[in-house]
Design a protein around this ligand. Structure first.
Ligand SMILES: NC(=O)c1ccc[n+]([C@@H]2O[C@H](COP(=O)([O-])OP(=O)(O)OC[C@H]3O[C@@H](n4cnc5c(N)ncnc54)[C@H](O)[C@@H]3O)[C@@H](O)[C@H]2O)c1
Length: 260
């Protein structure tokens, strides 16, 4: 959907890719962008931006935000479920850590869809743009919780796109490679080193990534790659998954040396 003249909501918009998406939507002439985050005070303010606190893992708060925005400004046309969490961990990570990432990386997309679908189906239009990751198609070296929850996010987006297409609902799923944000720097403090460890490709600025995303949203693309060159890995994985796993395992071994 072209954001021109439309009302969009972005979650996790206090910085990183979410903050850049807000600006890219304004550049694309959105009428209004509701920028939400846990950290409301960190959200950039400006003309055509409304800042609001939202914990995306809280369904009641999501429903309340949708109601408030629609009462005050009119129907929400696009929803960017961008907020995400990555803290590392595997099979031995505690259940609470798994549950929290499941809530933010997956259930937040379900809660948004649940809150928006009735109005969108009635109006015959609406565009849900969820953010997964290349980790949701390939994997995330060192972070099994992130890989599993992001795969689930891709699965839900695909299912939504198939099931609601004939009701006029568009769905896109963003699968970024490495983007220079607090999340990418998180583990090792350096974006390039972190990108090498996770195999995320060339490090893009949030602004470059957001510009690619909005162009793809205008074209109603389903799977949005910020790094189209990473498609080669997707094809190799699909072509011979056993070989891909052996190759990734060698890369994981080498990435351990980068951390030393
Ligand atoms: N940066 C990358 O390289 C990269 C790669 C692939 C996917 N992604 C995905 O892109 C999205 C944006 O990530 P980013 O890199 O900008 O990260 P970031 O950490 O810079 O920003 C994430 C934002 O989400 C907010 N947030 C966290 N939990 C929340 C919650 N429960 N409710 C509301 N807001 C919450 C944080 O306050 C933060 O402002 C995430 O879904 C992430 O998984 C990022």
């Amino acid at each position: 959907m072209d954001p021109r003249g439309r009302i969009a909501v972005v979650t996790g918009a206090a910085g990183g890719i979410g903050g850049a998406l807000v600006q890219a939507l304004l550049d694309a002439d959105a009428e209004l962008v509701v920028a939400t985050d846990l950290r409301e005070s960190a959200i950039a303010t400006g003309d055509r931006i409304v800042a609001a606190a939202l914990d995306v893992g809280d369904e009641a708060a999501t429903i309340a935000l949708v109601d408030e925005v629609e009462m005050a400004h009119g129907p929400i046309d696009l929803w960017f479920a961008n907020a995400g969490l990555a803290v590392g961990g595997g099979a031995d990570a505690p259940d609470e850590l798994w549950a929290n990432q499941w809530r933010v990386n997956v259930m937040a997309h379900v809660y948004a869809a649940r809150a928006l679908l009735p109005g969108w189906i009635e109006r015959g239009e609406g565009h849900l743009v969820t953010t997964a990751s290349m980790a949701g198609i390939l994997t995330s070296l060192g972070d099994g919780v992130y890989a599993a929850t992001k795969h689930a996010a891709v699965g839900f987006a695909e299912w939504m796109a198939i099931t609601h297409a004939d009701q006029g609902i568009k769905v896109s799923c963003i699968c970024p490679g490495a983007v220079d944000t607090a999340m990418l720097r998180g583990a090792v403090g350096d974006a390039t080193k972190a990108a090498a460890i996770i195999g995320g490709g060339e490090v893009l600025s949030p602004e470059e990534a957001a510009a690619r995303v909005i162009a793809a949203v205008i074209d109603d693309e389903f799977l949005i790659y910020t790094h189209p060159e990473l498609k080669t890995f997707v094809e190799r994985k699909a072509g011979d998954t056993g070989r891909w796993i052996r190759g990734m395992s060698r890369l994981w071994g080498r990435s351990q040396q980068l951390l030393d």
